[in-house]
Design a protein around this ligand. Structure first.
Ligand code: NAD
Ligand code: DAU
Length: 351
């Protein structure tokens, strides 16, 4: 094999799209998928590539230094693409320490393992840390997040991601570890766990459950199709400059309410329901504490320096996403039973 790349969090939403892309694009590279298989990790997401000779799965919890060190003692890596994280803001409000353990300590455990393994030969190695636009805090009506916007995280999730970003940078400055960081906006697409807005609402419309809109619904997010994020990740891994940060976004801002109404219209059409019937499920619920009003990314640096742009429009991406969930109801039903239902009842008061 030409190279061995470790992808962490490869059984999750974005990670599974990254693993598939790399396995298919680089048959001479070995892609090792590290994942603890938490509630968010699902090997079903990778059934189509699991038999490929250049794919391997290892079950490792990055919060446990001994497990990480044992893996690095067994295998040498040319690069790490680090996506493993606790990723849901509402869960971080319930249990911040789980986010510190995985997102902060887990990242430092990986950095230590790379530093030890690469200490005599940093040349050509790379630690690629996948981060989020949430580290920049919130925007008012105007402006965009750039790579030089000051960090100002507001949720335990974004505070843990900001902390891990700082550790990555510090390992670059202090130990000379070659790294690159990207901060991306909200992703959507197939295989996203149905606790996040778009898959949760698709599923609720499908089964006729209320659509819980937080606060006044006038919060704004910048949506990017997951495959376009995976393509950007491959590009940055190959061509990004060491020590640099790149913002990745969809050039695609929507208020939650406008997005929900669009989703309802497309779902009415796909399900052959009377226009307006899905929108009747909209229910206003208590707001998320510390809810960031607006995120929007200025992605001109990655466009200018690496030639990346989103390849699908929001309408195309949303159609593909809805079609995937409607064709994969078994995938949804496996996830939305059992412990997830307990979380749902606690979160949304049994609605
Ligand atoms: P996800 O929750 O769908 O997947 C996370 C994966 O990490 C899961 O497979 C889970 O099993 C694994 N994991 C969790 N804790 C672990 C541990 N201790 N050890 C090993 N594996 C563990 O998340 P996602 O939405 O795919 O996000 C992936 C990354 O991208 C995260 O770092 C997230 O912060 C970042 N990100 C996400 C978005 C988004 O919109 N989803 C946007 C920007 C950045
Ligand atoms: O911006 C990037 C981030 O996007 C990622 O770093 C996170 O991992 C990812 O979860 C996402 O965070 P958000 O908090 O923006 O995503 P979420 O899907 O949870 O919520 C999107 C918006 O919808 C937000 O304003 C809250 C609102 N919302 C969400 C849920 C789950 C609702 O109104 N009702 C809901 O039930």
């Amino acid at each position: 094999m030409a190279e061995r790349i470790l992808v962490t969090g490869g059984a999750g939403f974005i990670g599974s799209h990254v693993v598939r892309l790399l396995v298919e694009r680089y048959p001479n590279s070995e892609i090792v998928n590290l994942d603890a298989l938490t509630y968010a990790g699902n090997l079903e997401n990778l059934r189509d590539v699991e038999q490929r000779p250049n794919y391997r799965f290892v079950r490792v919890d990055i919060g446990d230094a001994a497990q990480v060190d044992a893996l690095f003692a067994e295998m040498a890596f040319d690069g790490v693409i680090h996506l493993a994280a606790e990723s849901h803001v509402d869960r971080s409000i319930e249990d911040p320490l789980a986010f510190v353990r995985t997102n902060v300590i887990g990242t430092v455990n990986l950095l230590n393992a790379c530093r030890r393994q690469w200490k005599d030969a940093m040349e050509g190695k790379r630690f690629y840390h996948i981060s989020t636009d949430e580290v920049y805090g919130t925007l008012g009506k105007e402006g965009l997040f750039t790579e030089t916007t000051a960090y100002d995280p507001n949720s335990p999730y974004s505070a843990s991601k900001a902390s891990s970003d700082h550790f990555v940078r510090a390992y670059g400055e202090t130990y000379g570890l070659p790294y690159v960081v990207t901060n991306c906006s909200n992703n959507y697409g197939p295989n996203q766990f149905p606790e996040k807005l778009i898959p949760l609402f698709i599923n609720n419309i499908r089964i006729g459950k209320p659509l819980p809109v937080y606060g006044d619904g006038q919060y704004t997010r910048d949506w990017l199709f997951v495959l376009d994020h995976a393509l950007a990740i491959d590009l940055v891994y190959r061509q990004g400059k060491n020590g640099e940060t790149y913002n990745i976004g969809g050039f695609n801002e929507w208020t939650n309410l406008d997005l929900i109404h669009l989703l309802c219209r497309v779902m009415d059409r796909k399900l052959g329901r009377t226009e307006g019937s899905s929108a009747e499920l909209i229910t206003y619920v208590k707001d998320r504490p510390g809810h960031d009003r607006r995120y929007a990314i200025d992605a001109t640096k990655i466009e200018r320096e690496l030639g990346w742009r989103p390849s699908v429009t929001f309408e195309q991406g949303l159609e593909q996403t809805i079609d995937w969930y409607l064709a994969n109801t078994e995938w949804l039903e496996n996830l939305t039973s059992g412990r997830y239902q307990e979380y749902y009842d606690r979160m949304y008061g049994g609605r």
